[in-house]
Design a protein around this ligand. Sequence first.
Ligand code: ADP
Ligand code: MG
Length: 173
Amino acid sequence: MKTDEWVVAQESAERGVNVTLGREPNPKVFKSFTLGMIKSHAVVDKQVGSIISMIEKSDLYLLEARLRQLSPPGGAAFYAEHEGRPYFEGLIKSVTSGPVFALLLGSEDVHAVTKWRGLMGATDPTQAESWTLRAIFGTVMPFNAVHGSDSRESFEEEAEFFFGVLPGITRSM
Ligand code: ADP
Ligand code: MG
């Protein structure tokens, strides 16, 4: 029987993703991934280290990272599904107001997307649980410190947006 785990690992293998970090005797093997992004206001406020520190205290792993200044068209493309919403213009302005720090995160189980959304907390920082990233580092929407994919499909699109293709995680130079 094909379990979710099998399907994810198989699809990753088909796409050429190397799903390990480190080598023998203690390699980590990943079954799922998500795209995180530290938003501009948190980067400019020098909260990157504190946010990464919380990621490293969780059971998610940081596999790739990239600091990028988005242009207004780039920001609009990343948030295309929100076009037409009343907050769209403010969202794009906020996410292009300085560099963002894109993160590829991996989990040893199949729950990377939901684990990262759990660590981020509710979209509105004023509603987020006190221990979550958005409560700690966010203020009011759209300044909620971090972004996370909402599905495996959006992860694939967003990872491609920032990293070109799904990266080979243990790719050597
Ligand atoms: P999430 O980031 O939790 O997936 P959404 O996809 O609904 O949430 O929204 C994308 C981003 O748009 C949010 O993270 C937030 O920065 C911004 N946003 C959403 N709703 C509002 C709103 N009502 N007012 C201002 N900004 C908003
Ligand atoms: Mg979303």
